[in-house]
Design a protein around this ligand. Structure first.
Ligand code: TYM
Length: 368
């Protein structure tokens, strides 16, 4: 994993001074791939697009579109597995599309669409469920965690990773930029590919999809104890107003060993210091962290500096969001055209799959 602790942001090879230069770093990584690959990734429209989503996945989505053939999907069918309000769903989907575009997803270069607009996702999911291993599905950590929190466990929660595999395989994607929490699902998708190809191959129909990073990110929540997540409410949303960010960072977890301001701090075990490299220039990070170590500055100063840096980095995204909201119909059109492009590819794959499975073709006059 690229980061499993609150010090996620501290690992040097992944540390970058600001979101913009992080984008450049991952884009250089993407450019170094000489082959144009097919990329697929998705995000649930469950409200509260947060900095964990951005840092763990979406900034890579943006970088990858420079070089690769990218499909980015708002996975509304996955979101049905959690309690939700049907009346709010359309605005959540639209809001997520606006925020993805504001982050830099370019509809001229990437296919951005809504999962339920391409019915082949559910068709392939059913087919894959007939090869997916039950035992492995029951061992999925996210199923166990969400199941423990749920009032009752619906089957969709259990087969969730099969729908995810269908999403990826419909486009024969080879790269899947995701955060650390989705890696187990991606491994299961590879297992499903191996089983499908073994049973219905030659030649193999699907490539094995790989994550983008060997050590994907896990950004921890403001409590410093659990993963930043929409459902736990421990997040900073990319649309949060400056005062909300100040308040949230002000209440964030810091160095437990530093009881008084005059005690020397331990930036390597401080949640706030861990986030600094994602939002600040390296010199500012060094200065703040040396100040913390020597007790020259206190945790409140570090929090203030982080909050201001975050506000500044999120401002361009928030400004673009406001611009997009002032163009009525634009986002709907992006999603309509994205679904049409995605569907062409999805239909072709499903037709190959039906053929491999030996399903009786429509309009075929069998001689009995
Ligand atoms: P979702 O909607 O929970 O999250 C979207 C993306 O954000 C990443 N992420 C994080 N990364 C680092 N730190 C965090 N705290 C953090 N929280 C979220 C997630 O890893 C993800 O990349 N099942 C998926 C959506 C999906 C999908 C797919 C992804 C459906 N089909 C096919 C890839 C390929 C999900 O619920 O992501």
């Amino acid at each position: 994993m690229r980061a499993v602790s609150i010090f996620c942001a501290m690992e040097q090879k992944n540390v970058s001074p600001a979101l913009s230069s992080l984008d450049q770093a991952t884009s250089a990584e993407a450019r170094s791939e000489s082959r144009r690959e097919t990329v697929f990734s998705g995000m649930q429209p469950s409200g509260g697009f947060h900095i964990g989503n951005y840092l763990g996945a979406v900034r890579d989505w943006v970088a990858l579109q420079e070089q690769h053939h990218c499909f980015y999907c708002i996975v509304d069918l996955h979101a049905l597995t959690q309690p939700y309000s049907p009346t709010e769903m359309p605005s959540r989907v639209l809001d997520m599309a606006v925020e993805l575009l504001a982050c830099g997803i370019d509809p001229e270069r990437s296919t951005l669409f809504v999962q339920s607009h391409v019915p082949e996702h559910t068709e392939l999911a059913w087919i894959l469920s007939t090869v997916a291993p039950f035992g492995e599905l029951s061992r999925m950590t996210q199923f166990k965690e969400k199941g423990d929190r749920a009032e009752y466990i619906n089957c969709g929660l259990f087969t969730y990773p099969v729908l995810m595999a269908a999403d990826i395989l419909l486009y024969k994607a080879t790269r899947v930029p995701v955060g650390e929490d989705q890696i187990q699902h991606l491994e299961l998708a590879r297992e499903i590919v191996r089983r499908f190809n073994a049973r219905f191959g030659e030649p193999a129909l699907f490539p094995e999809p790989l994550p983008l990073h060997r050590t994907p990110l896990r950004i921890m929540g403001l409590d410093g104890k659990t993963k930043m997540s929409k459902s736990l409410g421990n997040y900073v949303a990319i649309s949060d107003e400056p005062d909300v960010i100040r308040k949230k960072i002000g209440s964030a977890f810091t160095d437990e060993l530093r009881l008084r301001k005059k005690d020397p701090g331990h930036p390597e075990s401080c949640y706030v210091c861990g986030l600094e490299p994602f939002f600040m220039q390296p010199e500012q990070v060094t200065e703040l962290q040396e100040g913390c170590r020597s007790a020259r500055i206190g945790c409140v100063d570090s929090k203030r500096a982080l909050a201001e840096a975050m506000i500044a980095k999120l401002k361009p995204i928030q400004d673009r969001k406001a611009q997009l909201l002032s163009k009525p119909g634009f986002v709907e059109e992006v999603l309509r055209s994205g679904a049409a492009q995605a569907r062409k590819v999805a239909k072709a794959t499903v037709s190959e799959v039906r053929d491999r499975l030996g399903l009786f073709p429509m309009g075929h006059s069998a001689s009995v």
